[in-house]
Design a protein around this ligand. Structure first.
Ligand code: AMP
Length: 565
């Protein structure tokens, strides 16, 4: 355990010159210390300087500009009759996110913020603007509409932010941005953030920013060889499904000792509660705990009394923990160094380790940044499905039964089997016993929560290489693959675990050979010598015909409706 004091941890944000009310608010949000971009950007912005920040999503850049912006607006004491700050962003999603962040951070100073974006009715936007607003977060097109209608005044602007400038250019907003900037007061402060700085962005910066401070985050190369050999996997999961996805990943992986890293204290608490509820021995570790509390948790963890440690980077810093089976990043870490540091805790001493990262769709780019920095591949994989989970549970039951058979000492149960065998086939008795054992083994019979699949546009890992998965990669358009569909046909496929069949092989064969969508496939169970797959009634015949003509794991297999001979 390091000798780091808690005073140091808590001191992070206040040393940057931020208002103590905001520092308190951040503490409430569970932010333990500033991210690198926040540390570098906040002081010059507070000083009123223009700034060009090269940083991707997930680095904490929103707070990096929003916190000092809010403080300056408070200090300038601008009237709310006209907005004093305009933040331009490429998409409506980002407009909503940034507006929400400004609202959260600005609450103690009573800052009023309004997102305006295309596709939304003008009415509420107009009423919002009329009521008086400090900060407008807008997509360029809609901002320009309002400016032309005279409903968005620019004369009062003290600060203008261009967020994700490269994305805005890619979306064709260059001219709109130029027109908007041309109409803003020349004495304004201008902040530009962009993941990349192509010449066109540099040109905008030269033309519209005054002697800007330049900051670049996350591009440093990590020293070669600094990254340990660890199996690195990422799942792209929409934010609202992350908790369920974490549960699913843990159930599949069955880690023997693992750390789950997250960014905020509040997340630590939330995860501890949820995972404890799922039957994991989970405990939290964050900077808000006393040294004594932390030592106690660490002692229990080292002694094996805790399965999962849920920690922030700050709290885990300096901890010498070895022999972890898994490190799980609940968020993509803000910087490559932090990623390397986190995953360096698995796979030590020649042990095989697994590092799993849950990334939101918008954090995909940041993941690629880490890959570039570490020069190591992070496999973007398909989140295990409910069918995978069921197969895994059956696997566990099978292993438990096998162990019981090998352990022997079963004679006093013989009378039960013998008496039932007068009435039933021994196979049926065995199946019923397995069912009971399965229930006792697993986390209950409750249906696992459905998580819509999200496959990134590019960079599919091998497990994603399913034909059909690429047609539609927007999560909201996806229908869960399984989930209580009434009209399914169960197919018997004469190949199973003994020849290495996995759920993804069956999905691949069915979507590939029969040309049907993965959404038509339901539960999959894999036994030693055969597999059972549910497919939608309408496509059952086509799947049977196609699979009979195809090979699975290199061999011809029997395929028929279950129960048919
Ligand atoms: P951004 O890069 O602005 O999209 O921020 C990414 C995420 O990091 C958001 O969910 C923020 O709430 C979170 N975040 C920003 N700054 C911090 C911090 N200092 N500590 C913990 N989380 C943060």
């Amino acid at each position: 355990m390091s000798g780091m004091s808690l005073v140091e941890v808590a001191g992070g944000f206040s040393t940057l010159g931020l208002d103590s009310r905001m520092v308190e608010e951040l503490k409430g949000l569970g932010y333990e210390e500033p991210t690198p971009i926040q540390r570098e950007a906040i002081p010059p912005i507070l000083d009123g300087k223009d700034l060009v920040g090269q940083a991707a999503t997930g680095t904490g850049k929103t707070a990096a500009f929003a916190l000092p912006m809010i403080q300056r607006l408070g200090a300038l004491g601008t009237s709310r009759a006209r907005p004093s700050s305009l933040i331009l962003v490429p998409t409506r999603e980002l407009a909503m996110q940034v507006a929400e962040a400004v609202h959260r951070y600005g609450r103690p100073l009573g800052i009023k913020v309004l997102p305006i974006y295309g596709g939304q009715a003008y009415g509420p936007q107009l009423r919002g603007l009329e009521r008086g607003i400090d900060v407008v977060v807008a997509t360029p097109g809609r901002a320009l509409d309002h400016i032309r209608r005279g409903t968005l005044a620019l004369e009062g602007l003290a600060i203008v932010v261009l967020d994700e400038a490269d994305e805005m250019l890619d979306m064709g907003f260059a001219e709109d941005i130029e027109s908007i900037l041309a109409e803003t007061p020349s004495g304004r402060q201008t902040l530009l953030f962009s993941a990349t700085l192509p010449p066109r962005i540099a040109a905008i910066a030269r033309k519209h920013l005054k002697d800007p401070v330049k900051i670049k985050i996350g591009a440093e190369k990590v020293a070669a060889g600094a990254t340990p050999r660890v199996k690195q996997v990422a799942y792209i999961v929409p934010k609202e499904h992350k908790l369920a996805a974490l549960g699913r990943v843990l159930d599949i992986e069955g880690p023997t000792s693992a750390i789950v890293f997250c960014r905020r204290r509040t997340e630590v608490d939330e995860l501890v509660e949820t995972l404890s509820g799922r039957g994991y021995g989970a405990e939290g570790l964050h900077g808000g705990m006393t040294q004594e509390q932390r030592s106690r948790v660490m002692k229990r963890f080292r002694a094996g009394g805790i399965d999962l440690l849920i920690a922030t980077d700050v709290a885990a810093r300096g901890l010498d923990i070895e022999h972890l089976s898994h490190v799980i990043n609940y968020d993509v870490p803000c910087e490559p160094e932090s990623y390397v540091h986190r995953i360096g805790r698995v796979g030590r001493a020649g042990r095989e380790g697994v590092a799993i990262t849950l990334a939101e769709p918008r954090e995909h780019r940041q993941l690629q940044g880490i890959e570039r920095s570490t020069r190591q591949k992070i496999e973007v994989a398909r989140l295990p499905t409910v069918a995978d989970l069921r197969a895994r549970r059956l696997e566990l039951t099978r292993a438990a039964l096998r162990e019981a058979v090998l352990a022997g000492d079963l004679d006093h149960f013989r009378v039960v089997v013998e008496s039932l065998s007068d009435e039933f086939d021994v196979m049926q008795v065995a199946l019923a016993a397995v069912k009971l054992a399965h229930r006792a083994e697993g986390p209950g019979d409750d249906e696992p929560e459905e998580i819509p699949e999200f496959a990134p546009r590019s960079d599919r890992g091998p497990r994603d290489a399913r034909p059909g998965a690429s047609r539609n990669d927007r999560p909201r358009d996806r229908v869960p693959r399984t989930g209580g569909r009434a009209s399914m046909t169960r197919l018997f496929i004469g190949a199973g675990r003994e020849v290495g069949v996995r759920p993804q092989d069956l999905v691949g064969a069915i979507t590939g050979e029969a040309g049907i969508d993965g959404r038509e496939i339901g539960a999959i169970e894999i036994a030693d010598r055969f597999s059972l797959v549910d497919v939608a009634d309408e496509v059952a015949e086509a799947v049977i015909v196609a699979l009979r003509a195809a090979k699975i794991k290199g061999r011809k297999v029997k395929v028929r409706r279950e129960g048919e001979r």
